[in-house]
Design a protein around this ligand. Sequence first.
Ligand code: AMP
Ligand code: MG
Length: 489
Amino acid sequence: MNKSKKIKNINWFFDNSYSKLPNIFKEHIKPTPVHNPELVIFNEELATDLNLDFSNVNTMNLAKLFSGNLLPEGSNTIAQAYAGHQFGHFTMLGDGRAVLLGEHLDNNSNRFDIQFKGSGRTSFSRSGDGRAVLGPMLREYVISEAIHALNIPTTRSLAVVKTGEKVVRDNLLEGAILTRVASSHLRVGTFQYITAKQNIENLNTLVDYTVERHYPQIKSSKTKALDLLNLVMENQCQLVINWMRVGFIHGVMNTDNMAISGETIDYGPCAFMDQYDPKTVFSSIDKFGRYAYSNQPPITKWNLARFAECLIPLIDKNEDASIKIVTDLIDNFQNIYEEKWLNMMRDKLGLFGEDKEDKKLINDLFNWMEKNKVDYTNTFCHLMEIKIDDKDYKDKNFIEWLNRWKKRSKLNSPSKEKQIKLMKKTNPIVIPRNHKVEEALKEANKGNLEKMNKLNAILKNPYKNQNEIEEYQVPAPISGEKYQTFCGT
Ligand code: AMP
Ligand code: MG
């Protein structure tokens, strides 16, 4: 493997702070070179946002760069250690198939982790092969970029390459590497890993590092650990509100998949809900619905409690006092969530001000949607007077509800335009419908990216009423077969 001295002018600006942390935090390891890398998709817009310029790099060298075969100068590859509660069970984990290339600073000194996913075995691989498959990596690309366009904090996708090597799963599949961009890869599980190692100095180091990187406003606070907990709670609460808003189901909210920054991370079996059902689960391994749509808020709270446990030794010298403080704080999650949720729903319905009947009005709509198996996204489109198939909305119970909504809408007498404007900021017109994602992936797997490029282009403007997108607005035809997703392997 050689460093890319020959490829100049990309403007990489690496400043690798994580690799300077004590060795317990990571393993220094290079990506395993791949046989025959081939560029599949490259996110030029994101590259520009990062102030990177690949215009002088030919396709072959792009493939070498985004496979890790050619490492840029200034990079310092590591695999990060972390732990996690996976479906409730604690395990020591780590990047088993990913390496951090380094941290790139853009022109405004914003710091971004650049990570390869699928880059070969590390000491955290356990029995895994360290590799990833083309379909799931492209799926992460599509969904993460869609989530970004929906104005929801998320990791981003810069490129996907095929490795030219087959990967053994149920059958032989095309190997691939995703280049992921994140504000960091600090997870709840990172704290759990360091806590499990029982070294208070390292725990302090991790808190200081996290604060410096994500929450510098509390740098000189006397109650830093507690403030950190509060801020992470705020961000993760806001994140799950956003997921609920657009009908996104993450699918595997293990503590190792919850970012301290509040970004959506680790796109595996995630998917968007079509018809409204709070119990919706897509993941084939989520047998008991732990990560079902309506369970996402309580699971966020559960994960935050695991984070809080890690911080207990740093909050008060007296352990009991510390436990009391964090317990009270975590117990308040429900109140914070409900208030935020109610306001988010008022926005979705274009309701200004507050009325004591709001919660009932909102819940009655949800009950109606659930009972009548009506599409979540399109119901709000219908209220915004966006043209969609309106056969579901001729139901007399819905019309009754509509009259209540119209009456409530007059409170504080906003104009219809003002109401619609508010709703248009909050309600996507187009989401990555499962059948459209599958259709695009199927073609891409055969080497034809036309459908995927079109899908990506439409998903870039989810709040805009674009022309000729009807086929992207209709839910999947009811086939009797439930849509299932699999962990991104
Ligand atoms: P995930 O389900 O992608 O969140 O991964 C959970 C853990 O399993 C992480 O520590 C991953 O690094 C590891 N892992 C997942 N797939 C593989 C693989 N093919 N080889 C090695 N480790 C893996
Ligand atoms: Mg993960």
